[in-house]
Design a protein around this ligand. Structure first.
Ligand SMILES: Nc1ncnc2c1ncn2[C@@H]1O[C@H](COP(=O)(O)OP(=O)(O)OP(=O)(O)O)[C@@H](O)[C@H]1O
Ligand SMILES: [Mg+2]
Length: 374
């Protein structure tokens, strides 16, 4: 059996690291319990950096601390407005509560009403077919909060929130600032596009909601990489392990980017043996095939030099860079223009650039082409 599944979010027992986010989660749960205070956490990261994995871990931590918590995850797959987001949350809350013992009269009435909640096209309706009436996301959300048991916790996780339109972004603020009998913990994840939109002046009231809890989900540190390699073996109670050199090599090749760590781990693992560095080295071609379904097509037409320069910029470890910083890496101005045309960099204002493509793409292609990076 191979316990590494590249591309699938980590399960709570194979999850490694991210201590700062988990500490913030514990604080949020404590604030909810003691003071019935709401909290909001924003996770941003490139594709494959581990955002969904963090959400799943937060959900598990919440349920472990508060088995009575209502935990909903809204994975956005299409562009969504306020109406759609709020109605989806309500639908999911209702699904969770369906069949829970001890529902009070108010909650039972609410559940009966939203049983017929439907989100079709642009409209939302509630009620059984004979008495269907239109409503709004905001109205069902308010009704939902008013009917939830006093003193409880509602965890709302919104994944891939770059798919929210501007009214949908506004709905995040609504959720975070709704006060009722339950304390709400809102966790939102999204890519760099989301961070960009929240940096615009007109969204600053929404961004402020997350001011005490913004986290960049990026590469794993060497000890976190070790944990990401060891935890799946432990969780599946398999025999086997990783030598210190093998762990160091996986970290060096992947730079700690979780998806690439999983690809290398999947390709190198042998049940019942300790994986050493030579085994990791020999498994690189298989790891590249495993990761290829996503990464091969990205930057396929980039030259080796483009990949080297991309990796150099990625190594800085921050999505935003000033042009002077890029120049100080030994990258000339015309080259910056070339990377902009390839959509690796984006100019966001005078002298400010943003790395738009996930760093793991550079590290993947460096491996595939046998490039030596600094
Ligand atoms: N903390 C972690 N510990 C161990 N493995 C992780 C961790 N985070 C992510 N991974 C691994 O990295 C890969 C990508 O994780 P995940 O799907 O959570 O990323 P994502 O940011 O949600 O990606 P996408 O942008 O495609 O939605 C998965 O194979 C997952 O197992
Ligand atoms: Mg995801």
């Amino acid at each position: 059996m191979n316990p590494y599944v590249p591309g699938q979010p980590a399960t709570p027992d194979t999850f490694a690291g991210r201590e700062a986010v988990l500490r913030r989660t514990e604080e949020a749960l404590e604030l909810a319990r003691r003071l019935r205070r709401n909290s909001a956490i924003l996770l941003s990261g490139y594709r494959g950096s581990g955002k969904t994995s963090v959400l799943r871990k937060i959900e598990a931590v919440t349920l472990a601390a508060r088995p009575d918590a209502i935990v909903v995850e809204i994975p956005l797959r299409i562009h969504s407005s306020e109406d759609r987001l709020l109605a989806s949350v309500v639908q999911e809350v209702a699904r969770q509560l369906e069949g829970r013992a001890g529902a009070g009269e108010r909650l039972r009435t609410f559940l009966a009403r939203v049983h017929g909640l439907s989100i079709a096209g642009t409209g939302i309706t509630v009620g059984a077919s004979s008495a269907v009436r239109p409503t709004s996301g905001l109205a069902v959300w308010r009704e939902c909060i008013e009917s939830l048991p006093v003193g409880g916790i509602l965890l709302v996780c919104v994944d891939d929130a770059e798919l929210l339109d501007s009214s949908g972004l506004g709905a995040l603020k609504t959720v975070a600032e709704t006060h009722g009998g339950v304390a709400i913990v809102l966790v939102v994840s999204g890519g760099v596009e989301l961070a960009d939109r929240l940096a615009q002046p007109d969204t600053s009231p929404i961004a402020r909601v997350f001011s005490a809890g913004r986290f960049d989900i990026g590469e794993l540190s060497p000890p976190e990489t070790a944990e990401a390699l060891n935890a799946p073996i432990r969780a599946a109670t398999l025999d086997g392990g990783w030598s210190t050199d093998a762990i160091a090599l996986v970290h060096r090749l992947s730079r700690g980017y979780p998806f690439l760590v999983q690809c290398l781990a999947h390709a190198s693992f042998v049940e019942g043996a300790t994986v050493d560095a030579a085994r990791v080295q020999a498994a690189i071609p298989v790891a590249l095939v495993v990761g290829g379904s996503w990464l091969e097509r990205e930057c396929a037409s980039a030259s080796d030099e483009d990949i080297r320069v991309f990796a150099k910029i990625a190594d800085v470890g921050r999505p935003r860079l000033r042009s002077s910083e890029i120049l100080s890496l030994g990258i000339q101005s015309p080259y910056i223009g070339r990377l902009v045309r390839q959509k690796i960099l984006k100019k966001i204002s005078r002298g400010q650039y943003e790395l738009r493509k996930a760093p793991v793409i550079a590290y993947y292609h460096a491996l595939a082409r046998g490039l030596r990076l600094g």
